[in-house]
Design a protein around this ligand. Structure first.
Ligand code: NG6
Ligand code: CA
Length: 513
């Protein structure tokens, strides 16, 4: 990696143009669909703060998560590379005891900005593994490598998903509220301790769950996996949004005077959907809508804090989602029954886990110094956050790494005559990939290729996995058929062949010729 310009030079050059290199606040929600915020068409869910953010900034209509699940997308956000380039554990949804998904030597946007003089932090959902993988992670000791070893100065995180053990927070290298008298143990293989599971005591549950999500009961919710100990450290689902806000605000206050990068991983509307009392029953479409309104509240708290601290004009805010939506993901929470006409994917085909537009096309809003107001249909991939952050900091992106990252600042600032990104490659849980180039979308038949080595998110009996398997080559014209209803491959075989070639040349896992 080329040495970065020293901070003094960076500050001087940025001062000339814009006063100071902008802070970057990156909000990544979990499973928020293309049609979920009001500014993307939702009528049953009130998201006034997100809508205002869009009014004050730039709303993308063709932004893509590179994968339709969490871990691979988050890996890509941080590294600027497509998930299938990962050497090990490609495309895996990680469990709560999985090792760190990165080599600590790998360039990440956090480490990059840190070398450029930024203070870097991550609050909320992590889901990128912890520990070296040589020994199982010990939650009673120093937990590393983790965020602090790949470029963050501070972290306050939940290891995986809220539906997976361990149900606790980690700050920097330690479990918050750890009690040495009540040691923590975690397993996804065997039952630990004697606390009841969802199968044994359904009467204790706030929501019933499928078998996979019927492990240990914590706070009336059965989880994937088993754990013992750490009783004082266990979170209550209802408290999660307040903790996200509290820890994010503390970071903002502490670092208001110098450039910072803060990534906030909000937990909603991923399962289990348990609204905090202030939000329960407030939307017009059940608990899924309620927890999306919680996202709006958290966003508003962060934006208000920027105003209060006098740094709103110095901070570029990005708000997006790690993958598309779905109603049922393990808990019988009534989301589909209560939908009341709401369409989480905004009428796009498919959703989380698959490679159709609903799985990967996500809301993306940018606001801040130099960001124009309006709407753009420019293609953006979340891998671009790395190079765009470099662009905002007026630093060249590193020569090694961030290979799939394109600086989108020309799109943020104006309307470039030529697209800065011509195409994007996306991937579903089955390993199936797709490419969109201009308005054309090609999905090669992939079958179950790529499924090998995947985590508990995929097994052949899982209906969601089956739905993500692509059995025939598909070509859609998104310009006239945004819902991917009409396969035009027989009319345009040459175009499909060219797109297949583009996938192969990039090294994407296209296995069936
Ligand atoms: C899957 C879980 C699902 C969810 C997902 C991760 C099963 C059958 N399903 O493995 O409930 O937790 O992983 O979602 O276990 S993600 O948005 O973090 O990728
Ligand atoms: Ca997700």
């Amino acid at each position: 990696m080329k040495p970065l310009r020293p901070l003094a030079v960076l500050l001087a050059s940025a001062l000339l143009s814009s006063g100071r290199p902008p802070n970057i606040l990156l909000i990544v929600t979990d499973d928020l669909g293309f049609g979920d915020p009001g500014c993307y068409g939702a009528e049953q869910i009130a998201t006034p703060r997100i809508d205002r953010l869009a009014d004050e900034g730039l709303r993308f209509t063709s932004a893509y998560a590179p994968a339709s699940t969490c871990t691979p997308t988050r890996y890509s956000i941080l590294t600027g590379e497509y998930p299938w380039r990962q050497k090990v554990r490609k495309n895996t949804i990680l469990d709560g005891d999985a090792p760190l998904a990165f080599e600590t030597s790998q360039p990440t946007v956090a480490g990059f900005l840190k070398s450029a003089g930024y203070t870097t932090g991550v609050v909320g959902k992590w889901h990128l593994g912890l520990g070296d993988g040589v020994r199982p992670v010990d939650f009673n000791a120093e937990i590393k490598p983790g965020p602090l070893e790949i470029g963050f100065d501070y972290c306050h995180i939940i290891p995986a998903t809220v539906d997976r053990v361990p149900s606790l927070w980690i700050e920097n290298h330690r479990v918050v509220g750890l009690d040495p008298e009540d040691p923590i143990e975690v397993s996804y293989q065997k039952r630990l301790g004697d606390e009841p599971t969802g199968i044994e005591r359904p009467d204790l549950l706030k929501q019933k769950a499928d078998e996979q999500h019927s492990g240990i009961i914590i706070n009336g919710i059965s989880r994937i996996g088993s754990m013992t100990g750490g009783h004082a450290a266990r979170f209550k689902d209802e408290d999660l949004p307040a903790t996200v806000v509290e820890k994010s605000l503390a970071f903002l206050e502490k670092h208001r005077d110098a450039p910072f990068f803060l990534m906030v991983g909000m937990f909603e509307p991923h399962v289990p959907r348990v609204a905090a009392p202030t939000f329960a029953g407030k939307s017009k479409c059940g608990v899924r809508g309620d927890v999306i309104q919680q996202i709006d509240w958290q966003t508003g708290e962060l934006l208000d804090a920027l105003e209060r601290l006098g740094i709103a004009d110095d901070t570029v805010v990005f708000l997006t989602s790690d993958n598309g939506p779905l109603f049922f993901d393990g808990y019988f929470d009534g989301s589909e029954r209560d939908a009341n006409g709401h369409k989480p994917a905004g009428g796009l085909r498919g959703g989380k886990y698959n490679v159709f537009e609903g799985g990967t096309r996500v809301p993306f809003i940018a606001r801040g110094p130099g960001v124009r107001k309006g709407t753009t249909d420019a293609i953006l991939c979340l891998t671009d956050i790395f190079a765009t952050a470099a662009g905002l900091a007026e630093q060249p992106k590193p020569e090694a790494g961030a290979r799939d990252s394109i600086d989108q600042t020309p799109v943020l600032r104006g309307e470039p005559a030529e697209p800065v990104r011509g195409s994007v490659i996306t991937q579903g849980i089955s390993g199936a990939v797709a490419i969109r180039e201009g308005d054309w979308k090609f999905i090669p038949a992939n079958g179950e290729a790529g499924a090998a080595g995947m985590g508990s998110g995929a097994n052949a009996s899982d209906k969601r996995f089956a739905a993500a398997v692509i059995t025939e080559d598909l070509l859609f014209d998104l310009g006239s058929d945004r819902g991917e209803t009409k396969n035009v491959i027989s009319e345009q075989p040459g175009r499909a062949a060219a797109l297949r070639k583009a996938l192969v040349e990039e090294g994407a896992p296209v296995t069936k010729p």
